[in-house]
Write a protein that binds this ligand. Structure first.
Ligand code: ATP
Ligand code: MG
Length: 321
């Protein structure tokens, strides 16, 4: 389906206010030789790969398509340069730490990481041929419900795994969900994620992209009774699915450039967005379960995985996106 729309050119990142110090052990500081790490036996380092071309630029880093010199296997390499902002460096350390802990078909896999004497830090990841859901939306237009059911199921499996490991992603959005040639959807980008130390750790720092942030992260007193952080990922998933269905960010008309105050007012004081006529009852109900303003009323990953919208049509796992 073709859909032409203006892309939002917005920079919604906010500084991390409460994360002055890392909360978990970081990789060793730079030494005179390159250090490498990985969560599996392949342990690919910078000497094993050659760059093919740039895949994209993110907040402080560049992602390359790379080839393994010996076996020609293709990977994605995320590089943060030695002279980059300390916040960006802290985020990539965090991403490495989390990718080293995770092992799930619904999470993008890390095949190695390294730090050069120059300070450049790299993460070798599995290559996701189709890119992000955001770029797929731009290229092919809005998603229909059966595709969204497929996306929702896979992201929920990924979130269920993460939440089971006490990890909150905190930046679920279309540009952080990657798709491979087998139409598998995987969660990426753990730079602002948080590993919970205790079940009831407070988790209300302003990190991630505020457009997808839940009401309780703006206003924990009003919307965050017994707030444990995990429900914030569910809110972001609900907004993400709506965006993929509508073709634009749900809180704003197409093309509008939001500022932080507009978004905060819309998210905290307005009603949650709802689907237009034409959406099925199941999809509408699923979105409502995700977009409850009061975080304790939002459904969990396991509840949502048994919602009819997600489990009515498992065969859609095989459809083309
Ligand atoms: P942000 O900094 O807000 O997260 P971003 O998600 O676009 O922005 P990166 O995560 O650095 O930034 O990724 C940049 C781009 O590189 C992505 O938009 C995507 O197109 C591409 N990319 C990232 N990881 C992979 C991967 N594993 N396989 C294929 N392409 C990837
Ligand atoms: Mg990203």
């Amino acid at each position: 389906m073709a859909l032409v729309r203006e892309r939002r050119q917005i920079n919604l990142r906010l500084p991390e206010l409460s994360d002055c110090r890392p909360r978990f052990p970081l990789p060793l500081p730079p030494t005179s030789t390159t250090t490498t790490t990985s969560n599996n036996s392949s342990n690919i380092s910078c000497n094993d790969i050659e760059k093919i071309h740039v895949l994209g630029h993110g907040n402080g880093g560049t992602v390359y398509k790379v080839r393994h010199k010996r076996n020609s296997q293709i990977y994605a390499l995320k590089v943060v340069h030695g002279d980059s902002d300390p916040l960006v460096r802290r985020q990539i350390y965090r991403e490495i730490e989390i990718l080293r802990r995770t092992d799930s078909p619904y999470i993008v896999q890390c095949h190695g990481s390294y730090e050069k004497p120059s300070g450049d830090i790299g993460i070798v990841m599995e290559y996701m041929e189709l890119g992000t859901l955001d770029s797929i939306l731009q290229k092919y237009g809005a998603f229909d419900e059966s595709k969204l059911s497929h996306v929702a199921r896979q992201v929920l499996h990924g979130l269920s795994y993460l939440h089971g490991q006490k990890i909150i992603h905190r930046d679920i959005k279309p540009s952080n969900l990657l798709v491979n040639k087998d139409m598998e959807v995987k969660i990426a980008d753990f730079g602002v994620s948080k590993i919970m130390q205790r079940t009831l750790d407070a988790c209300n720092s302003y990190v991630g992209t505020c457009a997808y942030m839940s009401p309780e992260r703006f206003d924990p007193d009003t919307y965050g009774v017994n707030y444990d952080g995990y429900a914030g990922d569910i809110w972001s998933l609900g907004l993400t699915l709506m965006e993929l269905y509508l073709g634009h960010f749900p809180f704003l008309p197409p093309g509008q450039r939001p500022d932080w105050a507009t978004l905060m007012c819309a998210i905290c004081f307005g009603d949650p967005p709802s689907l237009p006529e034409g959406a099925s009852e199941e999809f509408r109900d699923f979105i409502q379960c995700c977009l409850q303003k009061e975080s304790s009323k939002r459904w969990t990953t396991s509840q949502l995985l048994s919602h009819p919208f997600v489990c009515k049509n498992p065969i859609s796992d095989l459809v083309d996106l």
